[in-house]
Design a protein around this ligand. Structure first.
Ligand code: SAM
Length: 286
């Protein structure tokens, strides 16, 4: 599969195409982005909603294709993003609602969808500075959890999310939806546990691993001394022993009641806001 504006011939680059047929090859390519295989092959992904697309362009993400419904035609903001897409050599498609529904697999689709190039930050380029907080996720499986964590990390002022081992795809439709746009704001790295531990040695960070058997109350940790990496475990298995052994602290969130553990995204949220409590103020967004 080849979803890339260059593959459709130079005469199409930068033009607005009207498409109403689901059999259109470009539409087929975009639809295929719901499959990980196609996302991996094309290194692209889909994001829904005009605001998201505007934010992504403002943050410098490369747009390959802009798709909008006929109903959105003529809206000044849509015209602006269409012009920006054309200026960057992307493709602009004006489509029927039926096509948008098929692309996004929704009955009531957003009027605008962008296809963007995926972006990972190489771990070696992450050089943590004082006051920075990162989240490292060991084999996260659930797309909703990952999206919620990316959104929460963004909201807490974290500096990046590091994915360890085999994880769910951060660029799946479900994860991107759950990030509510934060996928464009939060640097993402992916690596193996071994490379993460090698990076940790030189990065000057303190790794706080969260563990149901942790001996340390998460509220008693000094989060100010060094940049912090909050290491969170897999939904089913938690953190494996070899990773836990390398952590600087094993933190636990005290619990009551019948639940064995907290949901991964909730536990990450609690840790993030505690680790950054001294840095977050109400007037920051004023
Ligand atoms: N059965 C798993 C286990 O034994 O670890 C439960 C994993 S829990 C659903 C997913 C992750 O959330 C854990 O690996 C840990 O990182 C974090 N977590 C959940 N509840 C926690 C708590 N009370 N204290 C510390 N971390 C917790």
């Amino acid at each position: 599969m080849s979803h890339d504006s260059r593959d459709h011939g130079p005469h199409r680059v930068g033009q607005v195409k009207e498409v109403t047929s689901l059999a259109n090859p470009i539409v087929k390519d975009i639809k295929a982005l719901s499959l990980k295989k196609s996302r991996d092959e094309t290194r692209s992904f889909m994001a829904e909603g005009l605001k998201l697309v505007i934010d992504a362009l403002d943050l410098g993400w490369n747009i390959k294709t802009l798709v909008y419904s006929k109903a959105a035609k003529g809206k000044p903001q849509v015209e602006q993003v269409a012009a920006k897409t054309v200026a960057k050599g992307g493709l602009v498609l004006e489509v029927s609602e039926k096509v948008l529904s098929a692309i996004t697999r929704r009955d009531n689709p957003q009027m605008v969808v962008g296809v963007f190039e995926q972006r990972y930050t190489p771990l070696r380029e992450i050089l943590p500075k004082p006051g920075e907080t990162y989240v490292a996720l060991d084999r996260v499986r659930d797309p909703g959890n990952l999206g919620t964590i990316i959104r929460t990390a963004d909201a807490a002022g974290a500096s990046g999310v590091i994915l360890l081992g085999e994880t769910t795809d951060p660029f799946s439709l479900e994860t991107v939806r759950a990030t509510m746009g934060s996928v464009f704001a939060m640097p993402l790295a992916k690596t193996s546990p071994a490379d993460f531990l090698r990076w940790k040695k030189d990065a000057g960070v303190s790794v706080v691993a969260t563990h149901l058997a942790g001996a340390v109350d998460y509220r008693t940790i000094n989060y100010r001394a060094k940049p912090i990496v909050l290491l969170m475990g897999n939904e089913q298995q938690g953190i494996p022993d070899d990773l836990a052994r390398e952590a600087d602290a094993l933190a636990r969130i005290p619990q009551e009641g019948r639940a064995d553990s907290l949901n991964l995204a909730i536990a990450t949220g609690i840790m993030l806001f505690e680790a950054r409590r001294h840095l977050l103020t109400l007037d920051e967004r004023a």
